[in-house]
Design a protein around this ligand. Structure first.
Ligand code: SAH
Ligand code: MG
Length: 194
C-alpha cells in the first residue's frame, strides 16, 4: 500500500495533477476518524489518491467519488483495484453537476473545479445526513487568495475572485457553520446546524 501511495504521489507531481497535499489529507483523515464517518461522497477523484487515503482510515468506510476526466477516471479505477479497495470505493465517470444521487453521506468532500464550488455545495448538501460535514479544499489556492497582488493573469484573477466568493458564501451561510483552516492548500469544514 505504501508503495502504491508513493507511486501515485510521484505520478501526480510529474503530470501536474493537483492531488491533496500531505498535511491536508492527514487533516481530512483525522476528521473522518474522529467523526466516525462511514460513507463519503467526493467530488473530484483525479487518480484516486484521496479516495484511497480516506477509505484506508478504517474498514467500515465506503467512498463514492465523481470524476469527469476519462483518462483520470480510468487511472483511478486501476489504482483502486491495486489497493484492493474496489468493493469500498465506487467511482462515477460524470460531470458532478449532471448527476443526481439518491444516497445520503456523512461527509462530502469538494475538491473539483473551483469556479463551481457554490453549485456543488448547494446541490450536494441535499445528500448530507443530519449533522453531516462538507469539506472544501484549495481555498487558499497556492496562497493567491491571500495575496492577490501577486496575480498577473486575468484568468487566475477571476478564479481567485470565485474562491473569495465561495468563502463569503460559506461565512454567510446560516444552515452551516464553517471553520477555515490554513492547512495544506486551505481547507474549510462546514457542519450542518441542528
Ligand atoms: N481529490 C483528488 C484530487 C482532485 S483534482 C485527490 O486529492 O487525490 C480535481 C479533479 O476534479 C480533476 O481531476 C478534475 O477533472 C475533476 N473535476 C473538476 N470539475 C469536475 C466536475 N464538475 N465533475 C467531476 N469532476 C470534476
Ligand atoms: Mg485539492
Amino acid at each position: 500500500m505504501d508503495n502504491l501511495i508513493k507511486e501515485m504521489e510521484t505520478y501526480a507531481e510529474e503530470k501536474n495533477i493537483p492531488i491533496m497535499q500531505k498535511k491536508g489529507i492527514d487533516f481530512l483523515c483525522k476528521i473522518i476518524e474522529k467523526g466516525e464517518v462511514k460513507n463519503i461522497l467526493e467530488i473530484g477523484t483525479a487518480i484516486g489518491y484521496s479516495a484511497i487515503k480516506m477509505a484506508n482510515v478504517n474498514e467500515t468506510i465506503t467512498v463514492t467519488s465523481v470524476e469527469r476526466d476519462e483518462e483520470r477516471y480510468i487511472l483511478a479505477l486501476k489504482n483502486i483495484k491495486k489497493a484492493k479497495l474496489d468493493k469500498r470505493i465506487n467511482v462515477i465517470f460524470a460531470d458532478a453537476l449532471n448527476i443526481n444521487l439518491e444516497d445520503k453521506y456523512d461527509l462530502i468532500f469538494i475538491d473539483a473545479a473551483k469556479s463551481q464550488y457554490i453549485k456543488f455545495f448547494n446541490k450536494f448538501k441535499e445528500n448530507l445526513n443530519p449533522k453531516g460535514i462538507i469539506i472544501s479544499d484549495n481555498l487558499s489556492f497556492h496562497g493567491y487568495v491571500e495575496q492577490e497582488e501577486r496575480i498577473e493573469s486575468r484568468n487566475l484573477r477571476q478564479l481567485v475572485g470565485k474562491i473569495r466568493k465561495y468563502v463569503d458564501f460559506l461565512k454567510d451561510n446560516k444552515e452551516f457553520k464553517t471553520k477555515f483552516y490554513k492547512v495544506g492548500d486551505g481547507i474549510a469544514v462546514s457542519i450542518k446546524e441542528d
